[in-house]
Write a protein that binds this ligand. Structure first.
Ligand code: NAG
Ligand code: NAG
Length: 333
């Protein structure tokens, strides 16, 4: 009797261990050769994560768990000065809290943003990297596991180095959007330009788009900038194309130009299933996006299997227990 109850419990645990996925893991990685202070802003109806702002040294990583349905945004603050009590400010991406924790405040533009909605319509996670509020540092989002499109997005390029002088901010430490710099309805997609058919890409947003084809370059850039994935975990990497990553890639960088045709090759390998994003169709950018032309090499380095094996070790262990318990009760060993 005891044995069958024990067995039943074990079988139930076995089944649950395969099904149960406790939310989504976000991993922050700093490959910049400087310290970044990430900020996290949860959406209005989402709980705050374990931190709303923290220090991430060069080479550092930190993970967070987010519950199903969570939405919010991440960004990196640079050139911060916090004292021992965690009081201070940052040159870019500052959230105005006066402290290390952003505590419900968002980034002051210009700042590169990663935006997420977990388990949204159709059970999919929606994510993008946005330059609509300007740019302050390179950042990509990669999915680990999950099914569907699950493409890597972001901006590998150091746009501060190619920022038009009229958009430059913080002595070259950030690059404003045209909306922020000039404040006109055309650039901000506001007023009579407040609809997708009225608000078109500008010379400035097109320059952002050609450098970072997968990032939002202006408010209605959805078609090529929003990505979906179901049940994945996500890694947010600052300065992803630092030398250490390039050398570990093992991907030839010679033919990784910026044309849509060559992007399709390496990227396709990292994607299974059919995403709803429309890929790079409207990218008209030309020329080498990085000095060594390796722009998409980083975007092809994601998980190529896109299969999730939750608690595989636990399942094996439980399977072993089930078999030995069965043997014990059947043969009375
Ligand atoms: C996702 O949301 C739906 C309702 O919108 C809910 O039924 C489902 O359980 C959620 N999935 C997870 C993994 O929580
Ligand atoms: C953070 O927010 C909480 C609740 O809104 C508030 O009590 C606290 O004083 C805030 N801390 C800082 C440093 O702003």
């Amino acid at each position: 009797m005891m044995d069958s109850i024990k067995l039943y419990t074990i079988v139930v645990l076995f089944v649950l261990s395969g099904e149960y996925v406790s939310g989504t893991t976000f991993t922050f990685v700093n490959k910049c050769d400087y310290t970044v202070w990430p900020g996290i802003l949860a959406g209005a109806s989402s709980p705050k994560l374990d931190s709303t702002g923290f220090e991430l040294q060069n080479g550092g990583t930190r993970t967070f768990q987010a519950p199903s349905g969570w939405s919010g945004r991440f960004w990196g603050r640079t050139n911060c000065n916090f004292d021992g009590a965690g009081q201070g400010t940052c040159a870019t991406g500052d959230c105005g809290s006066g402290t290390m924790e952003c505590n419900g405040s968002g980034a002051t533009p210009p700042a590169t943003l990663a935006e997420f909605t977990l388990n949204g319509s159709g059970g999919q996670d929606f994510y993008d990297v946005s330059l609509v509020d300007g740019y302050n540092l390179p950042m990509i989002v990669e999915s680990n596991g999950g099914s569907g499109g699950c493409q890597t997005t972001g901006c590998l390029v150091d746009l501060n180095k190619r920022c038009p002088s009229e958009l430059m901010a913080e002595g070259g430490g950030a690059c404003k959007s045209a909306c922020e710099a000039f404040g006109t309805p055309e650039y901000c997609c506001s007023g009579e330009f407040g609809t997708p058919d009225k608000c078109k890409p500008s010379m400035y947003s097109e320059a952002f788009k050609s450098a970072c084809p997968r990032a939002y370059s202006y408010a209605y850039d959805d078609a090529t900038s929003t990505f979906t994935c179901s049940g994945g975990d996500y890694t947010i990497t600052f300065c992803p194309s630092s030398p250490s990553q390039k050398s570990s890639m093992g991907t030839p960088t010679s033919n990784m130009g910026a044309t849509p045709g060559t992007e399709a090759g390496p990227v396709a390998g990292a994607v299974t299933g059919s995403g709803t994003d429309t890929g790079m169709g409207t990218n008209t950018g030309t020329g080498s996006l990085m000095a060594d032309g390796s722009w998409f090499a980083g975007l092809a380095s994601g998980d190529s299997t896109n299969t999730r094996h939750p608690n595989f070790g636990l399942q094996l262990a439980l399977l072993f227990i089930v078999i030995t318990s069965l043997a014990t009760s059947l043969f009375n060993l």
